[in-house]
Design a protein around this ligand. Structure first.
Ligand SMILES: Nc1nc2c(ncn2[C@H]2C[C@H](O)[C@@H](COP(=O)(O)OP(=O)(O)OP(=O)(O)O)O2)c(=O)[nH]1
Length: 196
């Protein structure tokens, strides 16, 4: 059974729904410091997301010898600026007002490790254009979604009400939700962790 080095509920749910049972093993890496170091090295947001995914897998490795470890990271980029998950609903409102009527990118990376080595990794950059929704809609949306939004880097759940925020989307809904499933399932099959 692979290990999911993530505290993300949606990542576990996506894997379980696809028939992949995992051992959840969240890791504590200093994402803010790693993001700052990546920026100082001149890494793109996509390269930064991949670096964080590797850091999470590496942090999980010592306690899961011999097991496949899945780790992922997602950074929202708007005109080159990175957005982190909102601290509260006030910040979620501010984020959504900034994203309203504009196109942002969800830089998403996933990696597969075993015994301290990276076996495979993948990056995906869905782009999403938010419609110019009304202030009334935003107030209703925040009231309906509530604190569940604080777990979402874009302050939306694409699998639910969040879909009403958008004018257009390019990319798979699983990549948007933080885990590009098809490439990951192919990698797990290739490594013999799933039946081909
Ligand atoms: N349910 C849902 N979650 C989303 C959606 N878009 C993004 N997310 C979540 C997936 C991730 O949990 C989170 C992205 O932040 P991170 O990649 O830093 O992961 P997180 O800190 O949640 O967990 P981890 O670092 O893997 O332990 O945003 C969405 O449309 N629906």
């Amino acid at each position: 059974m692979p290990v999911l080095a993530s505290g993300s509920t949606i990542r576990r749910q996506l894997l379980n729904a696809a028939g992949v049972t995992v051992t959840v093993s969240p890791v504590d890496v200093d994402e803010d410091t790693l993001r700052q170091q990546a920026e100082q090295k001149g890494l793109s947001l996509q390269e930064t997301a991949l670096a964080l995914a590797h850091a999470k897998a590496e942090a999980a490795s010592p306690q899961h010898t011999g097991r496949f470890i899945i780790a992922a990271d997602q950074i929202l980029g708007l005109d080159g600026q990175a957005f982190a998950k909102p601290a509260d609903l006030t910040e979620a409102r501010t984020h959504l007002l900034t994203l309203r009527g504009r196109t942002h990118t969800l830089h998403t990376a996933v990696t597969l490790w075993r015994d301290g080595q990276a076996l495979w990794s993948h990056s995906s950059s869905p782009t999403l254009t938010m419609r110019s929704f009304s202030d009334d809609f935003l107030t209703q949306y925040l009231q309906q979604e509530g604190t569940a939004l604080l777990a979402c880097v874009g302050c939306y759940r694409i699998e639910g009400l969040g879909m009403q925020l958008f004018e257009s989307i390019s990319g798979s809904s699983d990549a948007i939700a933080g885990l590009p499933l098809l490439p990951l399932l192919a990698a797990l099959r290739q490594q013999g962790a799933l039946t081909a």
